[in-house]
Structures are given as structure tokens and as C-alpha cells.
Design a protein around this ligand. Structure first.
Ligand code: GLN
Ligand code: ZN
Length: 764
């Protein structure tokens, strides 16, 4: 039964629970405090609530199988029995034990690898496919969720990741040379069999997600798409297929996509409306066109008038019955609702739309032709949008002026590295040792921060408590024999929120949680206006730390791209404008640190690569402004001030030129998990500056031995001039415990000492 003038649906809904119920229950389940039945009952209560919300917002379909206990890619791998042999699975139906072992590892097996889902901050688990993977339907999850929705009286449209995206995101097992995509023919019959089961349950539509359609496709992928959808079209006992692409435009994939014999397409009309305009003019009369009209990845209320103009233009060439409306992508990437955000700046609140509010927006768009209230809401949204982009809180003339007056010299004014190097390194030994910044965040540390935040202790007592930890941490590093020390970051809850709190133009939600992976959530700050420094960003701690030691203290800051990427960003100015304002803000802090006698400053950019556009043709432009922003944030320092940066990963191939262009004096990188293969690109391209080799994999509780680190460092000296090598862990230590931290750092210092000695012996 159809409710709206245009059919409305969503590609997916948040699932962690508005109060993060799923998170708390999962963590109890893993600790053995709740059983399978209790976990399932929380999960089904959540699904029930989500469907109810969708119905109340007037959607014509509710989405099924968008729920997950951990990750939708892992669910799909389990559905088709894609389990690496090392898990010694006997082929029986996959239970929670195996499912969570794949997700999190167990006593004997490490978990599947985890990586970012396209260009979002959501992480998925990477299936491993080999020539011997035996695909077979091994899970009832999708069918059960469809039955559950039907039993509750809903009309479900289940969602499933398509085979081409699934295989494109999989990695080939170490035992094979076969590319996963070449096994697509073995998956097709299983998709067909699922289609039949869904048809028998009474599903009219199945949404198949192929977000690879918004990326540069290789021939093998195009071929796989053609084979898959031509084969599936031949089956008559099946729901209609809505093929969904999102996170970008189809661009040169139009022809590939339009040729696929599916029953409907969902396209992203938020990135730009080019796709819908192009498609609508040549769209076949018998297919559904679902327009992703509401931004599914950001939290701003839409200008519905502008949106409805796009819809009406498409409606000029596509019949009303053919036209569906939806958010651009799954709402997994936004929080649940603004309902309980009572503490956010009152002027900002009417401008926010989380998942539930976005569904309301859809309802208005779908009914403007027949409903006066909808028309009024649309008019109002246009006025509200105008108010937001012209609001005094959105623009600060002084900030705009300052950015306008920046001249290019400010991006490029450092003297050559070799000259800086001499001024910077003369006090440091060969193979200097340091850490990435944070030290263990114990329950005690968290309690101090939370008591202060809740007003249970005053500033004087908070300061004294943090000071005690900073002092102890500096003294400990001194005693262990590290060369460049840090203050430990005990005052910081999060590397973005902590700074954002001291910058004009940022706001903070109370319950704006978004799933990052499994039970982990993040609460991104909201950049709503021009950005400028409101107060010292790092506070007194770095300077105080310096007073406890004669060794240099490294000042720690987060970089402009990371601040940008890990926030919800205003959509009324280009991203690069915000990046530039952040850079100017951070530069002020860099200069303050320098004038306080701090001569080594690290500007972390773990999100630099993550923000890389999906399309190669868009990457150069992004890298240009991203590099400019980083350089600007560190420009203007003395030649003796050493700039470090840190990135938590070891894949630099695509962005290597940009890494060189950053011209940081030292870049610390991950090198252990990839067995130093990361150094190849640095060596091959004669990377000129220094590299901090992450010889300790801090994502594992294991204490690395001195020998293991010595051998990595020896290997590195075959590739990189030892004079330019630093020794450090591969990321911050905040998730580690103290005993392993102390033991590992001692080994790390020993490893560096051994290398120095053998280097001296060779050179004497
Ligand atoms: N300085 C931060 C820390 O040590 C860096 C964190 C990160 O790279 N994500 O925690
Ligand atoms: Zn890191």
C-alpha cells in the first residue's frame, strides 16, 4: 500500500542504538555477562524500533538486513561461507563464537583485517578469498530479518552487498595469485538462490549495494558486473532488483550502469545532481529511479526547496510511479536524532538533521504536491537554510580577511631540509628514540577528566592531578633513556574534540554517536562557522613537561586535515576553505609553542590518506590543498624548530608525492605489520627527510623484543641513511597498559642503543 506521491525508502538506518544499547550489550556479551538469547533480544528490540521509526516517518518500505551485530561486510562474508581456513571451520551454520572470532580474533587466530569503508570513517572487515574458498549459503540472517519485519506487519526491502563490491573489497589469500573478482561466477548461483528465497517470503524489492560504481572501475569489475546482473535477470522467481551506488557520481560508468538489466537504480544526487539529470533524459520507462536526494553523511538540515527543484526537473522526464526518493547513502554514517540535543547552541539546533529528521525531510519532499504542510515545511527549510549560511555565527570577516591575505610564500618558506637538519639534530644521537604522544589512559586518568567535567573537582585540584601524571610520565621517559620526550596527553579525551573545544566555529552534540567499527563509536564535533583559535589549544602542559627535564619535549597537535575529516563539516563553503582556516589556527598554536621554548613539534595527520577522493581524477586537487594546509600550519617556524608528523598506516604509494611535499622534518609511520615494505617506496623515491620507523605494533598487547626491533632497524639501514632514521612505536600508547608500555619502551631504547654501537664500530 503506497503512502506517498513518490515512493520513499532509506538505504540503511543507524544500528548501534540511540543510547548505544548494542555497544553495551556486545561488550557484556564478550565479557561473558550476557548470553546469546539476551544479545539477540536486544538486537531484535533495536530492529523493531528502527522499523517503527521508519514507518512513523512515512517510508513506503522499511529496510531489512541493514542491521548488524558487528559489520555488514562480515555478515555478507558469513552468508556465503567466506571463512579463511585458519579458523578451521567445519562448514556448519556460523554461530556467534565464529562470527566474533572473525571480527575480533581469539586466543589462537588473529581477526580479519579491518579497513575503511570507501571514504568514510566506518571500518569493515576484509574477507579473504582464495582459489579454494568454497562458497555456500551459510547464514539465515537476511531471511530471518525479512521474516521478522513481515511478522511485525511491515513491507521490507532487504539490502545485500552485491558480489562485485564484495569481491572488490576482499583481499586474496596469501596462498593464491587469483584475484577475488575472478571468482564472481561461483557466487552468482548463491545470489540467485537467495533471490528465490526472498521472493518466496514475499519481498517485492531487493536493494543490492554496489558502491564500487562510484569508483574507477577496472575491466574485470565491469565484466563481473555485466555477468552478474545479466545472469540474475534471467531468473524469474525473484524480487525486483534496485541497484544502489553511492558516495559519488557514476561519471564514466554511466554506460556500464545503464546497460545492466536491473529493475531500478539508486544514484547519489548529493555529491552532485549531474547523474540524475543525465539519467532522467534517457531513462527507460519501465525502471525505477531512486534519487539519493538527502545527504546521508552529514548532519545539516537540507534546503528542501533546492532539493524539490531537482526532483521536479527529473519528474519532467520520468513518470511519477518510477521516481523514488531516499537519502544518498545508508544513514549508518549519522547519529539517530536531534531530539535529545538540549545542550547544543540553541541557534544551531534548528539547522541540524540526524537520521530521523532526514526521514522527515524525505516525507515532505515526497508529498509537496498534495500536502500543504509539506509545502510549508519546504518553504521554511529554504528560509532556514538562508539564515544558516548568512548567520553571524557562520562567518567571521576577520578570519576571511586573514585567509585572503595569505601569500604563497607562507606555504613554501622553509629553507632546504639539509640546512634545517644541521640546526635541529646536533644535540641528538644517531637513531633518536621518541613516542607518538599519548601514554596509557588508565581508569584513574579518565576519572580525573570526567570528575572535572562534571564539576565534582575544581580546576586547581584537576590541574594538580594531571600535573602529577605528566611529571611522572616525563621522569619515567627520562629514566628509560628516550631521547625526545612527550607530556603524555593525559588531559586529552580525543585528538580532535580536545582541540575543537578551544576553537571558535565548532559545536558538540551530546548523543551524536556514529559507529566506527564493531562496538566502537565516535562523536564527531560539528564545524558550523569560520574557524579561529579561541584560546591556547594545548594549554600549559607541554611547557610544564619541559620544566621537568633537560631533554627536549615534543609538542603534540592534530593537523588540519585530521580535524576536518573527523568532524561533521559545514557544507556552505568548500572543504579547502575550512582546511585553510584550521591551518591558520594551528599555526598560531605552533608559534606559541615555539615561543615557549618547544623546538620539536609534531602535527599528526592520520586522516590525510583517508580523505583522499575515491576517483583518481579528483585526487590531485585534494592533495594540493591538503598539503598546502599542512605546510601552512607549520610554516614560519625557525630553522631550528623540527616539525614531525605522524600517520598510523603504511600504505603511501598513492600519496607519496604529497608526503614528500609536506616537507616535514620527520614522519613517523607504521612499519611492523608490513615488515618494512613501506620503506621501499621511501627508498625507491629517495625520500629526502627523516623517517620515524614504527618498530613496535601498538595494536597488539605483545611486548616486542629488542631483537625483533634491532632486526627491523638493521633492515631499514639497507634502505635509508641511518642518519635520517628515528625509532618509535607505530602509534600513540593510549590503549596500552603501563607494564607492557614500560617493558616495550625499554626494549626499544636498547634496540636503538645497539644500532648506534654497531654503527660506531663499523665507522671507526
Ligand atoms: N598523538 C596521538 C597519540 O599519540 C596520535 C594518535 C593517532 O595517530 N591516531 O595518541
Ligand atoms: Zn597513529
Amino acid at each position: 500500500m503506497k503512502n506517498n506521491v513518490y515512493t520513499t525508502h532509506t538505504l540503511g538506518y543507524p544500528r548501534i542504538g540511540a543510547q548505544r544499547q548494542l555497544k553495551w550489550t556486545l561488550e557484556k556479551f564478550w565479557r561473558g555477562e550476557v548470553n546469546n538469547t539476551e544479545l539477540e533480544s536486544v538486537a531484535s528490540t533495536l530492529r523493531k524500533e528502527h522499523w517503527k521509526n521508519q514507518v512513523e516517518a512515512g517510508l513506503d518500505y522499511v529496510t531489512a538486513n541493514d542491521f548488524s551485530l558487528y559489520d555488514q561486510v562480515l555478515d555478507t562474508a558469513c552468508l556465503f561461507g567466506i571463512i579463511p581456513p585458519r579458523f578451521q571451520w567445519d562448514g556448519s551454520l556460523i554461530d556467534h563464537d565464529l562470527y566474533f572470532a572473525l571480527a575480533r580474533g581469539n586466543e589462537v587466530q588473529p581477526a580479519l583485517a579491518m579497513t575503511k569503508w570507501f571514504d568514510t570513517n566506518y571500518h569493515y572487515l576484509v574477507p579473504e578469498v582464495s582459489d579454494t574458498t568454497h562458497f555456500a549459503l551459510q547464514s539465515q540472517k537476511i531471511l530471518n530479518e525479512v521474516k521478522e519485519a513481515i511478522a511485525l506487519g511491515h513491507t521490507p526491502k532487504p539490502v545485500l552487498i552485491g558480489p562485485v563490491t564484495l569481491l572488490s573489497l576482499s583481499r586474496k589469500a596469501l596462498t593464491t595469485d587469483l584475484e577475488p573478482i575472478s571468482r564472481v561466477n561461483d557466487l552468482i548461483p548463491l545470489y540467485a538462490s537467495l533471490l528465490k528465497s526472498l521472493h518466496q517470503l514475499g519481498c517485492d524489492w531487493l536493494q543490492i549495494d554496489e558502491p564500487v560504481l562510484s569508483t574507477d572501475l577496472e575491466d574485470a569489475q565491469k565484466h563481473a558486473l555485466e555477468t552478474t546482473y545479466k545472469s540474475l535477470a534471467k531468473f524469474t522467481e525473484r524480487p525486483k532488483i534496485l541497484l544502489a551506488s553511492y558516495f559519488g557520481n557514476l561519471e564514466d560508468n554511466y554506460a556500464t550502469v545503464l546497460d545492466l538489466p536491473v529493475d531500478g537504480h539508486h544514484v547519489d544526487a548529493v555529491t552532485s545532481s549531474t547523474d540524475v539529470h543525465y539519467l532522467s533524459h534517457r531513462y527507460p520507462a519501465n525502471k525505477v529511479l531512486s534519487i539519493g536526494i538527502i545527504d546521508g553523511r552529514n548532519i545539516w538540515a537540507s534546503n528542501l526547496k533546492a532539493k524539490s527543484e531537482i526532483i521536479e526537473a527529473v519528474a519532467g522526464s520520468v513518470a511519477r510511479e518510477q521516481l523514488w526518493l531516499a537519502p544518498s547513502c545508508s544513514l549508518l554514517h549519522v547519529p539517530y536524532t536531534t531530539d535529545n540535543e538540549d545542550n547544543i547552541e540553541p541557534q544551531l539546533r534548528p539547522h541540524l538533521a540526524f537520521a530521523q529528521e532526514k526521514l522527515e525531510e524525505l516525507r515532505h519532499l515526497a508529498n509537496s504536491r498534495i500536502c500543504k504542510d509539506a509545502r510549508q515545511a519546504i518553504e521554511k527549510s529554504a528560509i532556514r537554510h538562508f539564515q544558516r549560511i548568512t548567520a553571524p555565527f557562520a562567518s567571521k570577516p576577520a578570519v576571511r580577511q586573514q585567509c585572503k591575505e595569505l601569500n604563497t610564500a607562507e606555504f613554501t618558506d622553509r629553507i632546504p631540509f639539509n640546512q634545517r637538519f644541521e640546526a635541529q639534530q646536533d644535540q641528538l644521537p644517531l637513531y633518536p628514540t621518541t613516542t607518538i604522544g599519548s601514554f596509557p589512559q588508565t581508569a584513574e586518568i579518565r576519572a580525573i577528566r570526567s570528575q572535572f567535567k562534571k564539576g565534582k573537582i575544581d580546576l586547581v585540584s584537576y590541574d594538580a592531578k594531571i600535573e602529577k601524571h605528566v611529571k611522572a610520565c616525563v621522569e619515567l621517559q627520562d629514566k628509560i633513556g628516550l631521547d625526545v620526550l612527550v607530556h603524555g596527553e593525559f588531559e586529552r579525551n580525543d585528538m580532535v574534540e580536545f582541540f575543537a573545544d578551544k576553537i571558535h566555529g565548532f559545536a558538540f552534540s551530546q548523543l551524536g554517536w556514529v559507529q566506527s567499527y564493531g562496538s566502537r563509536c565516535v562523536k564527531p564535533p560539528i564545524i558550523f562557522g569560520d574557524v579561529s583559535r579561541a584560546e591556547s589549544l594545548s594549554g600549559p602542559w607541554i611547557k610544564r613537561a619541559q620544566s621537568y627535564t633537560k631533554k627536549p619535549i615534543k609538542g603534540m597537535l592534530s593537523g588540519p586535515i585530521t580535524m576536518l575529516k573527523w568532524s561533521f563539516v559545514r557544507d556552505d563553503v568548500p572543504l579547502e576553505t575550512v582546511a585553510l582556516q584550521l591551518a591558520v589556527t594551528i599555526r598560531e598554536e605552533v608559534q606559541e609553542l615555539e615561543s615557549n621554548g618547544i623546538s620539536i613539534i609534531q602535527v599528526d595527520e592520520p586522516a590525510l590518506r583517508e580523505a583522499l577522493p575515491l576517483r583518481k581524477s579528483h585526487q590531485a586537487y585534494y592533495l594540493k590543498w591538503a598539503v598546502d594546509a599542512f605546510k601552512l600550519s607549520t610554516a614560519g617556524v625557525l630553522k631550528s624548530t623540527q616539525i614531525h608528523t605522524h600517520m598510523c598506516y603504511g600504505q603511501f604509494n598513492e600519496i607519496f608525492d604529497a608526503i614528500v611535499a609536506l616537507d616535514a622534518d620527520v614522519i613517523s609511520i607504521e612499519a611492523t605489520r608490513n615488515h618494512l615494505t613501506v620503506l621501499d617506496s621511501f627508498a625507491n623515491s629517495h625520500y629526502p627527510n627523516s623517517i620515524g620507523i614504527g618498530v613496535w605494533d601498538i595494536h597488539s598487547p605483545r611486548v616486542p623484543t629488542t631483537e625483533s626491533m634491532v632486526s627491523l632497524l638493521k633492515l631499514s639501514s639497507e634502505l635509508i641513511d641511518p642518519k635520517r632514521v628515528w625509532v618509535n612505536p607505530d602509534c600513540g600508547l593510549k590503549t596500552r597498559a603501563w607494564p607492557e608500555t614500560i617493558a616495550s619502551l625499554k626494549n626499544l631504547v636498547n634496540a636503538a642503543t645497539q644500532l648506534r654501537e654497531s654503527h660506531l664500530a663499523i665507522n671507526n
